[in-house]
Design a protein around this ligand. Structure first.
Ligand SMILES: [Zn+2]
Length: 485
C-alpha cells in the first residue's frame, strides 16, 4: 500500500510536512477546492489482460484470487454476464474505446492500427476538459496500434521491451515482441508510473486507463502467492513457456493441469494486489465518492475446456466472458448485481455519458449507468463476437440464452453451430443443424454483421498498415525467443 500525504482537498494538506518532503508538484497548490470546483467524476478504467470472469471470487470462484476486485464489486455494480467482442487484445480494446463491434471499427488483424478518424473515449473526455492518461503493459497497447488516441499522457509499463523501440518495430514484429513480453512482469512498474503521473496531475477531473498485463501467459510463479493456490504440488511442470511447452496439452496429467491453473490464479492474485495499490493512488487524488472505478478484461483464457489453451482461437465463453465491476458511490449507493448481458462496447458511451460528454450517435454500445441509476432493467442487447485473424474466420451472435455462429478455420468448409446457454452454459451440446433457433440466430447474426460492415464503410475509417524495422528483429534474436501469440 503506498503511503501518501493528505489528499489535495484536505485542509491539513498545506501544513503537511510529509507533503513537502515527498516533493509533490506545486501544481497541487491550486486544488480546485471550494466554489467553482469541477464536480464531474474522475474515471479509472482498468483492463486486466486475459482475465476470465469465472476465476474471481465475486463471480463464484472459491479460491482467494481477487479480494480487491471483490471489494469493488461489493460496493457497486457487478455485471453477471459481460462479454468482449473477440478473444484477443487488439480488437477488444479498440471496441472498448470506440463503442463499436470489430467489423465496425475494423481493427481485426495483426499489423493494423486504429484509424485516426475514429472517435475514442479518451478523445471525447479530453475534448470535454478531462485530463487523460493511459498506462499499458503489453505490446498491442503500444501507440503504434492507434489505441493511444486522446491520451495526453500515454505510458509504456513494459519492462522486457526497451522503451525506445519505434512504433513500426513493435507493430511489424508483434508476434515476436508479444512472445518476449510473455515473460514480463509489469504491474510494479505500472503502479510506479501511475504514482508519478498522479504526483504531477492537475485539478481537472481525470480519466485514467490502466492495462495490466501479468495475468496474460506466461504464468510466472510469485513467491508467497502461488502457495495460496497449490501448496502441495510435487511435480516439475511450470508454465513459463505456456504456448510453446509441449507438455501443456489436452491429454496432460490432470494434476499438472491443475497446477497450470493454479499458476494462472497466482497471477490474478498478484495483479489484484497491485489493483489495490492503484486504487489507493487514485482515491488519494480524487474523492472516492465521486470516483468511477471500472474493472474489466479484454478476453479470457482456455484450459482445454474445448481442446485448446490460451486465447485467439475460439469464441467460447471461457475466452469471451469477462469480469465487469463498477463502483461510483455518489450514484450507486447500494451494491447491485446486474443480470442483463453487458458488452465491452457499452463502456465507451457509459463513461462518456457519466462525464457529461456525448458519444456519437453511430456508436453501437449503450449507456449502462443511466437506466441502472434510475432503477430500470437494461434493454436486452445481443453481442457480436468475431475472430478474423488467420487462420480463423468466425462470427457468433450471443444473447443471454443463445449462441449461434458460423465460420471456418484455415479456409476450410464454413460451418454453422449453436448452443443454448440457458440449458448448456458450458457449450458442450451443439444445436441440431435443423433446429429453427439456429436458423433464426444465424439470420440475426448476418443482420448485425452487415450493419456493422455498413457502419465501417460509412465511417470510412480503415485501419492503417505499417512497415518493418529491423532493430527489433535483431534485439529479439538476441533474446533467442520466437513464435507464440
Ligand atoms: Zn489480451
Amino acid at each position: 500500500m503506498p503511503s501518501f500525504p493528505p489528499r489535495p482537498c484536505d485542509p491539513a494538506r498545506r501544513a503537511s510536512a510529509a507533503f513537502a518532503l515527498l516533493g509533490v508538484c506545486a501544481a497541487f497548490a491550486a486544488t480546485g477546492c471550494g466554489p467553482g470546483r469541477d464536480e464531474r467524476p474522475s474515471i479509472v478504467l482498468i483492463s486486466i489482460d486475459s482475465l476470465r470472469a469465472d476465476h474471481l471470487g465475486c463471480y463464484g470462484y472459491p479460491k482467494p484470487t481477487s479480494p480487491t476486485i471483490d471489494a469493488v464489486a461489493a460496493e457497486g455494480l457487478r455485471f453477471e454476464t459481460a462479454v468482449s467482442t473477440t478473444s484477443w487484445t487488439l480488437p477488444s480494446h479498440a471496441a472498448m474505446f470506440t463503442g463499436l463491434f470489430d467489423s465496425a471499427h475494423g481493427l481485426v488483424e495483426n499489423g493494423l492500427a486504429l484509424a485516426p478518424s475514429h472517435v475514442t473515449l479518451a478523445e471525447l473526455l479530453a475534448d470535454s476538459g478531462y485530463q487523460t492518461a493511459g498506462f499499458f503493459g503489453g505490446p498491442y497497447l503500444h501507440p503504434t496500434y492507434g489505441l493511444h488516441q486522446g491520451f495526453e499522457h500515454y505510458q509504456s509499463c513494459m519492462t522486457q521491451l526497451p522503451d525506445d523501440l519505434t512504433g513500426e518495430a513493435v507493430r511489424e514484429s508483434s508476434k515476436q515482441s508479444l512472445a518476449a513480453s510473455h515473460r514480463d512482469v509489469t504491474s510494479p512498474r505500472t503502479v510506479a508510473e501511475v504514482r508519478k503521473w498522479i504526483e504531477q496531475a492537475d485539478d481537472r477531473p481525470f480519466f485514467a486507463f490502466v492495462h495490466l498485463w501479468d495475468v496474460h501467459y506466461d504464468y510466472l510463479a510469485h513467491p508467497g502467492i502461488l502457495e495460496l493456490f497449490d501448496p502441495d504440488y510435487q511435480g516439475s511442470l511450470d508454465a513459463s513457456a505456456f504456448l510453446l511447452n509441449p507438455a501443456i496439452k489436452p491429454d496432460m496429467d490432470p494434476r499438472d493441469l491443475q497446477h497450470v491453473i493454479a499458476l494462472y490464479d497466482n497471477e490474478i492474485r498478484f495483479t489484484d494486489d497491485h489493483v489495490k495499490d492503484l486504487l489507493a493512488l487514485f482515491e488519494w487524488k480524487a474523492e472516492k465518492e465521486n470516483l468511477i472505478v471500472v474493472i474489466t478484461a479484454d478476453h479470457g483464457d482456455e484450459f482445454f475446456e474445448h481442446g485448446r489453451k490460451g486465447h485467439q482461437q475460439t469464441l467460447y465463453d471461457e475466452v469471451v466472458k469477462v469480469p465487469l465491476v463498477a463502483r461510483w458511490p455518489a450514484k450507486f449507493g447500494n451494491p447491485r448485481v446486474v443480470k442483463e448481458q453487458a458488452r465491452l462496447i457499452d463502456l465507451m458511451p457509459t463513461l462518456a455519458t457519466a462525464a457529461g460528454a456525448k458519444a456519437p450517435e453511430f456508436v453501437q454500445g449503450r449507456d449502462l449507468f443511466g437506466p441502472l441509476s434510475r432503477g430500470d432493467a437494461l434493454a436486452k442487447e445481443p453481442a457480436l463476437l468475431e475472430l478474423s485473424v488467420l487462420p480463423y474466420d468466425l462470427r457468433v451472435l450471443r444473447t443471454e440464452s443463445l449462441k449461434t455462429g458460423e465460420g471456418s478455420v484455415g479456409g476450410g468448409e464454413k460451418k454453422r453451430f449453436g448452443f443454448r446457454l440457458d440449458r448448456d452454459p458450458r457449450e458442450t451440446t451443439p444445436l441440431a443443424a435443423d433446429d429453427p433457433e439456429l436458423a433464426r440466430g444465424i439470420e440475426a447474426l448476418h443482420g448485425l454483421v452487415q450493419s456493422s460492415r455498413a457502419l465501417n464503410d460509412r465511417l470510412g475509417a480503415d485501419p492503417e498498415r505499417a512497415t518493418v524495422d529491423p532493430k527489433l528483429e535483431a534485439w529479439l534474436d538476441q533474446l533467442g525467443y520466437t513464435g507464440g501469440k
